[in-house]
Design a protein around this ligand. Structure first.
Ligand code: UD1
Ligand code: CA
Length: 495
């Protein structure tokens, strides 16, 4: 029975997101809607989908963990308003509070009210848009999102009339055998006309198995008033997956991963093993990037064309230049230049900047340091609070001694420097352009450009020591055999 109160338009809708529930089955100290997948909270994903219909007002109903949830929303979506539902007395009660808050704020008009749930991260903006346009096209009092499920257990069932309009929704626990046999379920997402919703909310009762005000009961009440209620079936029921426990959290994360990976592959990114490749929503990848197995790209990471990342690599908030290669690496807030080579087994901490064509090799840790274009730290080093010029080579096992136990100090190494293996650069210290340090040096004083600095005790060799002090050992026997072949040089020659 279509027709009725006033023309429905899609302009300036209001969105209410329900997020007051405890999420008991998560067994978590963190409120359910703040759990994250693909680098964004569950409620953050829902707000992203809601943004597709450009809401004039967004009201989130908070309850359990409300301070934490409100603080999170302040950070990620400061345009959102919140209303507190101190006791969770049902979805109908939650929407009633939100509607009252919106009315008080003068935010209610004839525009539709869209109600979403904060724990359905896979909902897309396209589906929210479609729900709204279908609602407008049908001129309905309410339009709900439904899905056809093989196993509808637990969900509210959509009971339709002979003309295909929705007659009512019956919660699983309140449903009889025949109603439970219905496979079309209520996804818990709706578009409402305020003129129909407000009076119906006022008439909700708690006469049900849970003693709660069910939002779903407004449907039957609208029908009693002779108003039409429509349902839009989502073609992909994954979209309405609600997260109630950690198993569903992992399922949602995997579905989101597949969706994100598919999009990047269609945009020209190669993935050897999409199932072990995790890309956050804020990542940006160019065409012809290759991602090898067990790779995670987190936060606002960007990777330029031709770069190869992985296997076994995690990059968080990093920027990787074109044609760079990053293998078996963990990096956070680091910039890796074009054509640079990093890894295997490198650890780049915040503030690391690797120049174009530079190399960071195995078992190298860097922090708050820059490595010039074409410079190399190939093996087993710690580089902290350092500035290293272009073309410089840092010998194996060099340590930038930046911490005196109280304060951190900086080291500056110039261009085309050769730092000998196993050098300790005790900060604050400067090594000038083109200078050398001898292997094993402890450099405590500045080295001028072009100088060679040797900072170690001269070697002392005591011939025959093993024969005297470790007589009758395998070492002594090996030494005796070798000396019989070619006697050791005299003290004189050795000098
Ligand atoms: C609800 C629907 C059911 C539908 C299912 C889809 C009702 C009565 N039933 O059931 O038909 O199939 O969603 O997932 O609406 N919330 C509050 N305050 C409350 C109660 C709930 O904010 O007082 C929030 C929850 O945090 C959650 C959402 O509303 O985000 C849905 O609540 P939930 O208790 O999960 O509803 P279901 O029993 O799953
Ligand atoms: Ca639920």
């Amino acid at each position: 029975p279509p027709g009725g109160a006033g023309a429905v338009t899609a302009a300036a809708p209001v969105v209410i997101v329900l997020a007051a529930g405890e999420g008991k089955r998560m067994r978590s100290a963190t409120p359910k809607v703040l759990h994250r997948i693909a680098g964004r909270s569950l409620v953050g994903h829902v707000l992203e989908a809601a943004a597709a219909i450009e809401p004039a007002h967004l009201m989130v109903v908070v309850g359990h963990g409300r301070d934490e949830v409100a603080a999170h929303l302040d950070e990620v979506a400061p345009w959102v308003d919140t209303v507190v539902q101190a006791d969770q007395r049902g979805t109908g009660h939650a929407v009633r509070l939100a509607v009252e808050a919106l009315a008080t704020a003068g935010a209610l008009s004839d525009s539709p009210i869209v109600v979403l749930s904060g724990d359905t991260p896979l909902l897309t903006g396209e589906t929210v848009s479609e729900l709204l346009s279908r609602h407008v096209a049908d001129d309905a009092a309410a339009t709900l999102l439904s899905a056809e499920l093989d196993d509808p257990g637990g969900y509210g069932r959509v009971v339709r009339d002979g003309d295909g309009w929705v007659d009512r929704i019956v919660e699983h626990r309140d449903a009889d055998e025949a109603t439970r046999a219905i496979h079309e379920i209520n996804a818990g997402m709706y578009a409402f006309q305020p003129a129909d919703l407000l009076p119906a909310l006022g008439r909700l009762t708690t006469a049900n198995d849970q003693g709660e005000e069910y939002l779903t009961d407004v449907i039957g009440l609208m029908r009693e008033s002779g108003r039409p209620v429509a349902a839009l079936r989502v073609p992909d029921s994954d979209e309405i997956l609600g997260v109630n426990d950690r198993v569903q959290l992992a399922e949602a994360a995997a579905l989101m991963r597949n969706r994100i990976n598919r999009r990047w592959m269609l945009d020209g990114v190669s993935m050897l093993e999409p199932a072990s490749t995790w890309i956050d929503v804020d990542v940006d990848l160019a065409a012809d990037v290759t991602l090898l197995p067990q790779t995670s790209l987190l936060g606002p990471t960007s990777v330029a064309s031709g770069a190869r990342i992985g296997p076994g690599t995690t990059l968080s908030a990093c920027e990787v230049g074109a044609e760079a290669e990053v293998r078996h690496t963990w990096a956070e807030l680091a910039v890796i230049g074009a054509g640079a080579a990093v890894g295997p087994y490198s650890y780049l901490r915040p503030g690391t900047r690797i120049g174009d064509g530079a190399k960071v090799g195995a078992y190298v840790e860097m922090k708050n340091s820059s490595l010039g274009d074409g410079a190399k730290v190939p093996h087993l080093s710690y580089v902290g609070d350092a500035e290293i010029g272009e073309g410089t080579n840092i010998g194996a096992a060099t340590i930038f001694v930046n911490y005196d136990g109280v304060e951190k100090h900086a080291t500056v190494v110039g261009r085309y420097v050769r730092i000998g293996s196993d050098t300790m650069l005790v900060a604050p210290v400067t090594v000038g352009d083109g200078a050398y340090t001898a292997a094993g040096s402890v450099i405590t004083d500045d080295v001028p450009p072009g100088a060679m600095a040797v900072g170690r005790a001269p070697q002392r060799t005591n011939p025959g020591w093993v024969a005297r002090r470790r007589a009758d050992s395998d070492s002594a026997r090996a030494a005796a055999e070798a000396l019989a072949q070619s006697p050791a040089p005299s003290e004189e020659e050795n000098r």
